[in-house]
Design a protein. Structure first.
Length: 277
């Protein structure tokens, strides 16, 4: 069954994937970009080629969300990790996933003010447009999100708060909410909490030495260096860094006061709940 690594775009999903792929799929916990291929994106074309030839109409794609997941689970007798930016939504009466396909959820959430600054860089848009992006209840991911030929299927996002609530309030699977800020400020302990969560669901040994190797090799500085030296296939724009600011992405230094105030007003309840305000 599927263990989802779900998040709004630019919330730290790829970082969690990096940590998990290094720990689970290497002998020593040392990360390399090839390991990320062990945790694929959903939706992506590889999972829908059996059902569709045209992937542009997300309503048609939604008809096969469950069938694609049924097929994934048919060929995997162990839990399989999948990354998604989709909200836990229903489209054309089609649920994104269900209890027969979902074993658990790791939901990665980030302060929406820092999300705006990151989206602004990632999609080459100004702060106001990035703010509009995350408050749009009909927002989809851009088809160019993944940059490469095998992806290119849009996902239903909604706005930041509805996306967060959709996964947090899932009724049919255990869920761990991971704050990006906790991962940034205390990577070791936050990653351990993820492994402890997973150890209740699957056979995982907690290896302290391997955790240290994983955390060190997946540090933001190491990921930046690897991208500089090797490139990164999932970068939307090869001229822009995917791993960009890290701790330097501080909305207090980058976000104009008007956009910051509007963001607080739009998402006040959820931001208070998460301790962002």
């Amino acid at each position: 069954m599927i263990i989802w690594i779900a998040s709004y775009p630019k919330s730290g999903n790829t970082w969690v994937r990096s940590l998990l792929s290094a720990y689970l799929y290497s002998n020593d916990g040392i990360f390399n970009f090839d390991l990320l291929k062990k945790i694929n994106q959903f939706p992506s074309k590889q999972y829908f080629k059996k059902f569709l030839k045209d992937f542009k109409d997300i309503k048609k794609v939604s008809n096969y969300w469950i069938a694609a997941q049924d097929r994934i689970n048919l060929f995997n007798d162990r839990p399989i990790f999948l990354k998604t930016h989709s909200a836990l939504c229903t489209l054309e009466n089609n649920p994104f996933t269900n209890k027969n396909n979902t074993k658990a959820v790791i939901y990665v959430v980030r302060d929406p003010r820092n999300l705006i600054t990151s989206l602004s860089h990632h999609y080459s848009m100004n702060m106001e447009k990035a703010y509009i992006f995350i408050i749009n209840k009909q927002q989809m991911t851009m088809v160019s999100e993944w940059g490469k030929d095998d992806f290119g299927i849009a996902s239903v996002l909604g706005n930041w708060s509805t996306h967060y609530k959709s996964w947090k309030n899932i009724k049919f699977a255990p869920t761990l909410v991971v704050k990006y800020e906790d991962l940034l400020n205390n990577t070791n302990n936050t990653f351990k909490s993820i492994l402890n969560f997973l150890s209740r669901l699957m056979d995982i040994k907690i290896d302290e030495k391997k955790i240290i190797n994983t955390v060190n090799s997946c540090s933001f500085e190491k990921l930046v260096e690897k991208e500089k030296n090797e490139g990164f296939d999932e970068a939307v724009n090869s001229k822009k860094k995917f791993f960009y600011l890290g701790k330097k992405n501080n909305w207090q230094n980058l976000l104009n006061p008007e956009v910051e105030q509007k963001t607080r007003e739009a998402f006040q309840k959820e931001m208070k709940e998460l301790g962002y305000i």
